[in-house]
Write a protein that binds this ligand. Structure first.
Ligand SMILES: [Ca+2]
Ligand SMILES: [Ca+2]
Length: 464
């Protein structure tokens, strides 16, 4: 059989730290917006105000880990939990650090989120369920008017001291940490790495990586390895990253994984008709081609942009295709909280709406959107990813790409068919490698033809 296109990338793999991560699926939680397990720590909670706290905390997350485990995610990434600064005034009202990125102290946990004991209990509970915990940490800046602006101004760049380059600028006007000063660096290392050491965390999601020097990240990687072991994951947020932007961070061994912004962008363009299947396939087949042992972490939505479902104008069938592409991709897929149940907030601050627990009183919620059928689709895909290791492999073979239709094999065992067009599509198995293909998801085939309805995806496996 001749294949229309062949991209077979069988990169030699070497045993590296994140070999232990390459089959994981991450579920990202904005802690304040997930589950309220302790009403006694709620201060100024208002579920109708997107700029303030909604009551979510470590206890709530711990008590509801099964929501994530049942979905099929194997790791939780939660937003920072350190003590936050007082709210600031913005046009829309008073904006609180409910998101966790505005530290007032790096050594105290914000009581609204819980305590260090609560974090330890979260990690222990997650481990008992076979799950990992990744904590978001910030090394680049402190919150507006944080305590250090008065007590340790020499550790910060503020006002006229803010630079004009990526490293020394004051991002969104936030006081920038002078991470080039060894004393500052060592203090921050001790705060974050010490916490991870004491609580047994499995990894960090590193905020605003672009805004600190490569030298800093090299030293951070070295110290984290030394103190937290070879399996501790360093997942960096490099804004707008694709495999090219990731290169220096991987080559110099600064990070183990990088958030894959390009995946969302390319997938959205394909699904909204801006690019066609051919163009998308050229990207898709090679997107994972990064340094050995390193991973891109593709995602559909994050907390700094509208949910993909909003960008798809609420079209859940297209979201299902996106989920199929995501969960049949190599790397470390990340799902945002509530994405699987149809959370579809648009531009900030509506993109950070609280989890909808349906009838359960887990978190008061201003909006109702929970769609358990949609969740079932994500659940099935996560299950298939566990069942077929080829889905997380680095072998992608494009079998067909034309107009709005795409067919690719992952590993040697799984075939994914995607029809993003408005017409039904019949794909002939004569274009496939020989073997007995069995429908594992969404549709059936007969007489060598696979029938894929408009705006849908299907998955088949091959018996060797
Ligand atoms: Ca609470
Ligand atoms: Ca900086």
């Amino acid at each position: 059989m001749r294949l229309l296109t062949l991209f077979l990338l069988m990169l030699a793999t070497v045993a590296q730290a994140n070999d232990s991560w390459k089959h994981d699926v991450i579920y990202f939680v904005m802690l304040d917006r997930f589950a309220d397990g302790n009403a006694s720590n709620n201060r100024g909670v208002d579920p109708n105000d997107p700029l303030t706290f909604h009551g979510g905390d470590l206890q709530g997350l711990t008590e509801n880990l099964d929501e994530i485990a049942d979905l099929g995610a194997t790791a939780v990434w939660l937003t920072p939990i350190v003590k936050q600064v007082a709210p600031i005034a913005v046009d829309e009202g008073l904006f609180h650090g409910h998101h966790g990125y505005w530290a007032d102290s790096f050594t105290e946990i914000d009581p609204r989120f819980g305590s260090e004991a609560d974090l330890k209990y979260l990690v222990d509970t997650a481990h008992s369920k076979g799950m990992k915990v990744i904590l978001d940490v910030v090394y680049n800046h402190v919150g507006y008017a944080a305590e250090w602006t008065r007590t340790r101004p020499e550790w910060l760049r503020q006002g006229d001291e803010c630079g004009g380059d990526a490293i020394t600028l004051c991002l969104s006007g936030l006081p920038d940490l002078r991470t080039e000063i060894p004393k500052v660096r060592d203090y921050l290392f001790e705060a974050h790495i010490g916490l991870a050491e004491r609580t047994g965390l499995d990894g960090f999601r590193l905020d605003t990586v672009k805004h600190i020097s490569h030298e800093f990240w090299q030293e951070h990687h070295r110290v984290a390895r030394e103190r937290l072991g070879p399996d501790f994951l360093l997942l960096g947020e490099v804004w707008d990253a694709d495999k090219y932007l990731a290169e220096p961070y991987f080559e110099n061994d600064e990070l183990d994984a990088i958030t894959d912004f390009a995946f969302r962008d390319r997938t959205l363009k394909f699904l909204s008709g801006v690019s066609d299947a051919k163009r998308y396939s050229r990207y898709f087949a090679k997107r994972h081609n990064v340094a050995d042992g390193k991973l891109l972490a593709p995602f559909l939505s994050n907390h700094d942009m509208p949910m993909l479902l909003a960008m798809l104008r609420g079209n859940k069938e297209k979201l299902k295709i996106a989920a199929t592409l995501l969960l049949t991709s190599e790397g470390l897929p990340v799902l945002a909280w509530g994405e699987d149940i149809g959370r579809k907030g648009g531009i900030w601050p509506n993109n950070r709406e609280a989890m909808d627990w349906g009838d359960q009183a887990v978190l008061p919620n201003a909006r109702s959107y929970r769609d358990n059928n949609l969740r079932g689709y994500f659940q099935d895909l996560a299950h298939l990813r566990r069942l077929f290791p080829g889905l997380a492999s680095n072998a992608t073979e494009i079998v067909h790409a034309d107009g709005r239709t795409l067919a690719y094999m992952r590993g040697s065992e799984v075939l994914v068919l995607v029809n993003a067009g408005d017409d039904d599509w019949t794909f002939r198995s004569s274009e496939l490698p020989e073997g007995e293909w069995t429908s594992v998801y969404q549709t059936k085939h007969s007489d060598g033809a696979f029938k894929i309805p408009s705006v849908s995806a299907a998955i088949f496996s091959r018996a060797e």
